[in-house]
Write a protein that binds this ligand. Structure first.
Ligand code: ADP
Ligand code: MG
Length: 252
């Protein structure tokens, strides 16, 4: 559990804006260990998605270094799963085909694809929906398919950018529980961007707090509740204390 899988050092990044230059990320450094879940919280516009994009290999124009298992990240890879706020499913593929898509690309034998997709469909509680197209699914169901489609590839790190923020409260809580359950399977590292403080504490081993203009890390908080965690942790006195502390940082 102590192996460092991702090492981020002194990231500085900005965008040209006409004649001006806007600095978005300043001196960002942190490590992610194998199997660790780390949340990033911070005000809208502080550069969370930009940072995740750099880690995902989508944005390579930064100063500093991002090393994934000692190697510079140069582009997207199935080793690093990416989940966005809006489930990016293929509309023309069924639930089952969406989930098995990555395995098919890797030329996995058909019977194995079937075995693994069945397993994940059961896991995300979508049995009976195998042949549905995304347009017939609710937001929560789509996001469950997204999670399964990513995790079936066993990425070593999963990058999640406000994945549940478009969902209603009840569905969001279900998705948090599902994420924790699926994580237990083979314990991928996860970077989880959210503006929901409760969600960040519940899921994470570490919460990174950012401030904006430019986006900087102002605090890294270890969250030590033992796993497996259940949703009722949110009413625990220590949990509420951490929540207050984080809230204060975000509004100060
Ligand atoms: P967050 O995800 O924390 O809300 P973003 O990473 O999306 O923040 O954006 C951080 C800042 O960078 C914002 O001020 C945004 O307007 C700016 N920004 C993001 N992407 C671009 C881009 N492609 N070109 C110029 N500015 C951008
Ligand atoms: Mg964002």
């Amino acid at each position: 559990m102590d192996e460092i899988i991702l090492k981020i050092e002194d990231i500085n990044l900005g965008y040209a804006n006409g004649k001006n230059y806007k600095k978005v990320l300043e001196d960002i450094s942190f490590d992610i260990k194998k199997g660790e879940i780390v949340s990033i919280i911070g005000p809208s516009g502080c550069g969370k998605s930009t940072l995740l994009g750099a880690i995902g290999g989508i944005n390579n124009s930064y100063e500093g270094s991002i090393l994934f298992k000692g190697q510079k990240i140069t582009g997207p890879s199935s080793n690093r799963g990416y989940i966005f706020q809006e489930a990016a499913l293929f509309d023309w593929l069924t639930v089952e085909e969406n989930i098995g898509y990555g395995l098919k690309l890797k030329k996995t034998p058909k019977n194995e694809i079937k075995k693994f997709t069945d397993e994940y469909i059961r896991e995300i509680d979508l049995k009976g929906y195998e042949s549905y197209y995304p347009s017939k699914l609710s937001g929560g169901m789509k996001q469950r398919v997204s999670l399964a489609r990513s995790l079936i590839m066993h990425p070593e790190i999963l990058l999640m950018d406000e994945p549940f923020s478009a969902l209603d409260y009840q569905t969001r809580i279900e998705m948090q529980g599902l994420t924790l359950r699926l994580w237990e399977h083979y314990k991928p590292s996860i970077i989880f961007v959210t503006h929901d403080i409760e969600e960040a504490i519940l899921l994470s081993d570490k919460v990174i707090v950012m401030s904006k203009n430019p986006g900087k890390i102002i605090e890294v908080l270890d969250i030590k509740f033992k796993r497996p965690r259940k949703i009722d942790l949110i009413s625990d006195a220590e949990f509420v204390d951490i929540k207050k502390k984080l809230l204060k940082m975000l509004i100060s």
